[in-house]
Write a protein that binds this ligand. Structure first.
Ligand code: HEC
Length: 177
């Protein structure tokens, strides 16, 4: 019985007290450059994946063709490139200072071409909480979000016209190399 009460005291008082002490001590991560909390990534990704699995659309309501990619490229340049960058260009300055960092979605090793377009659609529409990834559901049309999602899902095999549309230099500040 004594042990039980000791356990209760530790569980109900000491553990929360330690957490509060940690959070108010100035040692917990708050700046983007701070090291992540233990399990931060695991907790955030598990919740996100569970929600996306439940909610993402499984069929694509438009054809993935050159016209869709070109429209998607316009949407991307105006709304996404200041964080996610453009092909063959230095990462944007904003991207260098974010945590988690925005993947450079048009650079070969950071593309989302393995994700179903519906997953990218969900992320672009709803955003990813506490990461800096905005949701565009109230600022872009459903059609525009699909266009940019199809662009990103096929980023490794875009026709030359689309590559050209993406290639002109960005006006966003770029980080020094
Ligand atoms: C203000 C910066 C910012 C803008 C603008 C932005 N994003 Fe993001 N995005 C992020 C960040 C940061 C992440 C990383 C989130 C994470 O690690 O969970 C991200 C993640 C993503 C991902 C997930 C990538 C992966 O590897 O799973 C996709 C897809 C995405 N963004 C698409 C877009 C699209 C499409 C647009 C434009 C319509 C856009 N983003 C605009 C910051 C931004």
């Amino acid at each position: 019985m004594k042990r039980f009460f000791l356990g209760m005291v530790v569980g109900i008082i000491l553990v929360p007290a330690a957490v509060i002490l940690y959070l108010t001590s100035g040692h917990a991560p708050a700046a983007t450059a701070d090291a992540p909390l233990p399990f931060e990534r695991l907790i955030a990704k598990t919740a996100l994946h569970a929600k996306i699995r439940k909610e993402m659309p499984t069929s694509v309501p438009m054809e993935a063709n050159e016209a869709a990619y070109l429209a998607g490229a316009r949407v991307y340049r105006e709304n996404c490139s200041m964080c996610h960058g453009l092909p063959g260009q230095a990462a944007p300055a904003a991207a260098k200072g974010m945590f988690p960092p925005p993947p450079q979605l048009l650079q070969k090793d950071e593309m989302v071409t393995d994700d179903p377009p519906g997953e990218t659609f969900w992320k672009a529409k709803n955003g990813i909480r506490l990461t800096g990834m905005p949701g565009f559901g109230s600022s872009l049309s459903t059609q525009q979000i699909w266009q940019v999602s199809l662009l990103l899902a096929n980023a490794d095999k875009l026709p030359p016209s689309v590559q050209q549309a993406l290639a002109s230099p960005s006006t966003a500040a770029q980080a020094p190399k």
